[in-house]
Ligand binder design. Sequence first.
Ligand code: GDP
Ligand code: ZN
Length: 321
Amino acid sequence: MEGIATVVKNSGSGYLLSPLPEWAPFPAVVRGRLRLSVKGTTNPIAVGDKVRFTGGPDAGSAPAGQAGGNSDPAVITEVLPRTNYVIRRSTNLSRQAHIIASNIDMAFIAVSLYFPELKLPFLDRILVTCELYGIPATIVLTKTDLYREEAAEEMDHVRSIYEAAGYRVLETSVRTGEGIDALREACRDGINLFSGESGVGKSSLIKALDPSLDPKVGDISLAHLQGKHTTSLYEMYPLASGGYVVDSPGLRGFGLVDVEKDEIARYFPEMLKASAGCRFTPCTHTHEPGCAVKAALEDGTISRERYNSYLGMLEDDGKFR
Ligand code: GDP
Ligand code: ZN
């Protein structure tokens, strides 16, 4: 057999491929060398990759179930072009990076207003990283049962900041079931990356979407993910209601990415939009006269919080993670 399938698991020694949308994983290997498609990365194949393969499930001549029939793994011959991908450096100092997932349709960034407390600059860095990777993002405000009554105003405030910036904000609670149907609906059609700080309720959400799934990543400490063999932790799961989930523990280490200072604002969608009206190009939107971003800040179209996050990233010299 020959065909195209999607990588759903990297087991370390090999891969599992699935002919999505049908979920029928079968083993595959790489023989010899595949050309590294992204410079500076150690793994040529990532979960989410569409690959061309030969051999595999129907290739044997013996009838199914008989020895020698279906046991040979498929051989991956080519990785098809990616629409996007997420890179993680092996260590802070390393120049080597792993592609941990690719072809993501939506990144769901789980944050909780409290427990753990939401830090907006942290969320903004994640959102900038998603923009940088070309991955659309949705914010999921988790554990609303714990603070909806006490913090209704803060919730509205956070929602309005991110909706104004162009992001969808979902509010969920696995205790009351709030928002779970909406999340399930949003996941139905594609490959969805779930990410967020440990403890925000990511695994609980995935379990609520589909009780047959139990990612248990809450127990894996980030320290274990800094090593070389992190890619085998990435796996795609099918949701019974449709769509697929890639669980990405500890998104904090997503990208130690170098971005030029005058490029950072481009990854704030609302600033990118406003900057068309700036008198100078490039404009850092800090001191330049005739800056449309600052005008939008004054009239409230751009939020003070988002702008402050932007200034923080400028101060970090564009190096962030
Ligand atoms: P993860 O580390 O992001 O995967 O977080 P977990 O799913 O393991 O959840 C961390 C803790 O928060 C656990 O004790 C969960 O029971 C709790 N939790 C998760 N979701 C909710 C929720 O919607 N409401 C409440 N009250 N607790 C939650
Ligand atoms: Zn400007």
